[in-house]
Write a protein that binds this ligand. Sequence first.
Ligand code: NAD
Length: 360
Amino acid sequence: MSSKILVLPGDGIGVEVADQAIRVIEKLNEQGLNASYEKDLVGGASYDVNGEPLTNSVLEKAKNSDAVLLGAVGGSKWDDVERSKRPEAGLLGLRKELELFANLRPALVFDALVSASTLKNEVVNNLDIMIVRELTGGVYFGQPRGIEDTPNGKKAIDTQIYYDYEIDRIARVAFDLARKRNNKVTSVEKANVMETGVLWREIVKETHKDFSDITLENMLADNCAMQLVRNPKQFDVIVTDNLFGDLLSDCAAMLTGSLGMLPSASLGEEKNGKRHGLFEPVHGSAPDIAGQDKANPIATILSLSMMLKYNLNKPELSNKVESAVQKILSEGYRTGDIYTNEDQTLVSCSKMGDLIIERI
Ligand code: NAD
């Protein structure tokens, strides 16, 4: 059956890196992917044409596609635009409307880039972990919130709330992922000091009954931060709430050394065997190098690879893409952001695309 991919390049280098990912889709179509793709506007590019960063028509297309691939949004050109029409509002709108509650961020260290990490080689070589962050609940959304004047001075309030169903559905995503990886889930909270942590631990334990083939470990968030830099290879899949996930996924990302290499996926609820998915690099629109054919397209190409694995059910094609990236790096090709010495060959964004495609 043919799959429909909506490509939203967005702004800045988003356009350049998305172009390379589209070429990879075309190459994979020759090898059995069977996907059609359509390009449309989001972010500042959409605002310039339509007066809004996400139109209803694009939203409908996103809802009707099997997966969305996004480049990046934003840039100083839109700094003075009102908040609700800013490029970032387009991305947030997409995440909200597609109800993407699970954010997946792998931290994968490629052999050839092991020296780009600030940690010792033996701590990070062959590292392959996945952080699953709850994205639509928790303290970033809980009410009441605000800053109030009181007789005792100003008071700031944030509220952490989790319902059992929110914990159950994110735990299921993590256990499912672990089944496709190394069969271990570490659930992270602060059950020692937070009520939401107590419920989190209880529900994850309950959900685990449906996944008894997977090893479950519970860990306090502060210990997890420490373990991530001490011995990250002990982890396979880490599942945690919105706030801790925000912190721990950035910490894990730095184990790998470079922004231009980091893919991500955001997934929605599974309905009739299908779920919405938005796949995008972690980096932004990089205005400093936009339009110069200098961007590293690997994060976006690896985001496409996640799409193949998690939404389009083509793990063999996903592996092909990842092997091609490994190969190109071990042959010494580098875009500017990961170029470290003269033994390497400095290449442009489009050349990096050519090289990866040749090796798929
Ligand atoms: P950025 O990620 O765009 O850039 C940070 C630095 O990393 C820059 O020096 C840039 O050149 C470099 N860089 C990033 N991606 C690269 C790549 N693929 N190849 C080579 N170098 C790369 O972050 P920023 O400068 O803080 O933000 C720029 C704009 O992007 C802002 O408008 C911000 O709001 C937006 N932004 C968007 C997203 C998104 O679309 N998801 C994420 C972060 C920032």
